[in-house]
Ligand binder design. Sequence first.
Ligand code: CND
Ligand code: ZN
Ligand code: ZN
Length: 375
Amino acid sequence: MSTAGKVIKCKAAVLWEYKKPFSIEEVEVAPPKAYEVRIKIVATGICRSDDHVVSGNLHSPLPVILGHEAAGIVESIGEGVTTVKPGDKVIPLFIPQCGKCRICKHPESNFCMKADLRKYQGTLVDGTCRFTCRGKPIHHFLGTSTFSEYTVVDEISVAKIDAASPLEKVCLIGCGFSTGYGSAVNVGKVTRGSICAVFGLGGVGLSVVIGCKAAGAARIIGVDINKDKFAKAKELGATECINPQDYDKPINQVLYEMTDGGVDFSFEVIGRLDTMVSALLCCQDSHGVSVIVGVPPNAQSLSMNPMALLAGRTWKGALFGGYKSKDSVPKLVADFMAKKFPLEPLITNVSPFAKINEGFDLLRSGKSIRTVLTF
Ligand code: CND
Ligand code: ZN
Ligand code: ZN
């Protein structure tokens, strides 16, 4: 029996309070309104940004259904939707691409004016929610909310992908892989023969390593305080790995000396202010480019000596690897299908959705790279 046009009751992981476990609840998911799409989620990864909301590092109104790295199948569409249809395999986009705003029209930028991340409203574009639980409206997260069997997204926040793609793998293209890989190839624009340093070797950082290697970097130096991450980093292209705790001088100085005056490209893929500064200072002072990928703690700032930039360093950052999401995600999936890059090494755990809290514990304890939850 078709569910189109009807409210769907299903399981979702609701975060009612900060720093508390998710509670698996029965939620009601309203049908999509005009220019919206309801998706049956098949697989969703756990990214550190979801955990940043739980810990209070990243603002989002509560209660909320988190999750922003997923793949699924369109269940039904609202009026006026033309780019996807029921049965299509899709990836939800945490940075939408409306195609009409000034940002979408700019060739180099991707942070669409319609992105919820600009306002932290926790709603769809029309300012309302499609989820309720125990009679209360539940907020959306980044317009995706994939920790639910069914979700509703705006049409600008979903991309149709190859019908043959394995959803339990390509879900990583919804965030971790694309964010890291794009940070190297689009944002830093890593050059052939260059020296790169990657701070943080989680799912996103390892994807930066894959991107640096694809761009032809000669040296890729992984930096992490968890040495258990080094073997995988080397397998994916890191030429050396170092642990800041093994040195009695600042890690930027260690890197500066290891590279005869600084790396060409550095990436902060942790989300800490101190490592953002170390990553900046370890890059060459007249042409080095340092890219912030990690999400910094809510409402904290840095004080900087502008001399660090005066001789020519570039300090930049980007969301979703700088990719224009709706255009790029189908191409990234096609590239994965053509074996241009691997996703399998990033997936260390696959668990049923009901084990979401265990999945977060594995991330927090440094024991997993990506856990993929399946429905
Ligand atoms: P994950 O937690 O898996 O990786 C972080 C890594 O950093 C771990 O291996 C840690 O051991 C390591 N680490 C922690 N502290 C230090 C330290 N002081 N020095 C060196 N290494 C350290 O996280 P992830 O890979 O899922 O995400 C990484 C960051 O990227 C995180 O801040 C997340 O919120 C952010 C992000 C950004 C974007 C974007 O669009 N820019 C999208 N998604 C995630
Ligand atoms: Zn993410
Ligand atoms: Zn736009």
